[in-house]
Design a protein around this ligand. Structure first.
Ligand code: PMP
Length: 415
């Protein structure tokens, strides 16, 4: 992580993102990176270069452009392994997204290892991606789903962990960073506590890998899942890291081409890692594009990105707190990254987002795929502004002005 820009030169960074340089009126103020980030030229150029100059399927062609595509695809795997400190590149499995990575574990490891009476421990702040696959697994196997509750401040109730973790707990599935509250969970200590009762741990890193330096060996988790599109990479590419012994003993998730060694009429044998879990033609361009995104993040430096985002978050908290009738959900900025989530009294979050959009401010409104968390806070929806390396303080001012405008228009209209 030898950053080219340190401290972060936001204007230079913005210059790397063509969508932010568009001459449009009003200009785009993009505060929805937690849903999907924008892409720098470096990533867009790599996609274009692949399709223009060496588009071919991988791992089979005995000709030059196929060999180049294979090389670049496998190079991306190595870059991603280094990015999260995976001991070996073959422990990086390419999927479509975080959702597919989690479903892979639920179906492959879960079906093989869970029985009636076993318990899966998740939390109330999970994205539906790290909840519904475990509900389905529980229904298939007779295992029971248990929850770590969330405090009113938006932190995990970790005092309950000792009571919830028992010899029945086979898996703990928890998010590293909440996509709604921004809460950063202490995944290293949760993993240690889970291992102490013999449970395996999967971390949903969809919202941490883009923002924080992550080290799967330091966390010591068994599985770690994230999506390329939230970290400057393309859509259609996700990652699953797994511990070697677990991945080796797990049965395949999807069957088809590329994942086999031999196929007989009645049975097949399977390829070594990582191919065993990569059936069919993968997202070749997108994987190479994710490799370029990792290069980009490394060059800028997550150690420089994180303080910049913290500054935005502190400023957003301070400005938004000045607004009468606002409720901000979640902990103080020092316990979180990336997002500020709120509601304005008497105004639906969708209406807030609609008014902001008139001035080019893009935020997200809704349940954010976290209905149990919404239920905990007694709301059906919230508004969420989320930040990334290319956002600047003035954009927080625009958000603030837009919220005052929304109150003026919508509350006046309703009398
Ligand atoms: N987990 C978290 C915490 C998320 O924020 C998201 C995306 N909003 C997901 C999982 C799912 O990611 P994807 O849609 O890329 O599979």
């Amino acid at each position: 992580m030898n950053g080219a820009f340190r401290p972060l030169d936001v204007e230079a960074i913005r210059g790397d993102f063509p969508i932010l340089k568009q001459e449009i009126n009003p200009p785009l103020i993009y505060l929805d990176s937690a849903a999907s980030s924008q892409k720098p030229n470096r990533v867009i150029d790599v996609l274009s270069d692949y399709y223009r100059t060496y588009n071919a399927n991988i791992h089979r062609g005995i000709y030059r452009i196929s060999e180049k595509a294979t090389e670049q695809y496998e190079e991306a795997r190595k870059k991603i392994a280094r990015f999260i400190n995976s001991p070996r590149a073959c422990q990086i499995i390419f999927t479509r997204n975080t959702t597919e990575s989690i479903n892979l574990v639920a179906n492959s490891w879960g079906n093989a290892n869970l029985r009636a009476g076993d318990e899966i421990l998740i939390s109330v702040m999970e994205h539906h991606s790290n909840l519904v696959p475990w509900q389905l697994l529980a229904q298939r196997t007779g295992a029971k789903l248990r929850y770590i509750e969330v405090t009113d401040e938006g932190l995990l109730h970790l005092e309950e962990l000792d009571r919830l973790l028992t010899e029945r707990t086979k898996l703990v599935a928890v998010t590293h960073v909440s996509n709604v509250l921004g809460t950063v969970n202490p995944v290293q200590s949760i993993t240690a506590a889970a291992h102490a009762v013999g449970a395996k741990v999967i971390i949903d890193a969809a919202q941490s890998a883009p923002h924080l330096p992550v080290d799967v060996q330091a966390i010591d988790c068994d599985f770690f899942a994230f999506s390329g599109h939230k970290m400057c990479g393309p859509t259609g590419i996700g990652v699953l890291f797994g511990k070697l012994d677990l991945l080796e003993e797990m049965p395949p998730f999807l069957g088809g081409g590329s994942m086999i060694r031999t196929v007989q009429r009645e049975h097949s044998t399977y390829a070594d890692l990582p191919q065993k879990f990569e059936a069919g033609t993968p997202s070749i361009a997108q994987t190479i594009g994710l490799g370029a995104a990792v290069d980009y993040l490394n060059d800028v430096g997550l150690d420089a990105i994180h303080p910049h985002e913290q500054e935005l978050l502190e400023y957003a908290h301070q400005k938004l707190s000045e607004i009468e009738g606002i409720t901000i959900y979640g902990p103080k900025p020092r316990h979180k990254v990336g997002a500020v989530t709120f509601n304005l009294d008497r105004i639906h979050a969708h209406d807030v987002a609609g008014i902001l959009d008139q001035d080019g401010v893009a935020i997200r409104a809704g349940h954010h795929c976290t209905q149990p968390l919404m239920q905990k806070f007694g709301v059906i929806a919230t508004a969420r502004a989320s930040f990334y390396l290319y956002n600047k303080l003035e954009e927080v001012d625009s958000l603030y002005e837009g919220l005052l405008k929304a109150q003026k228009i919508l509350i006046r209209r309703r009398g």
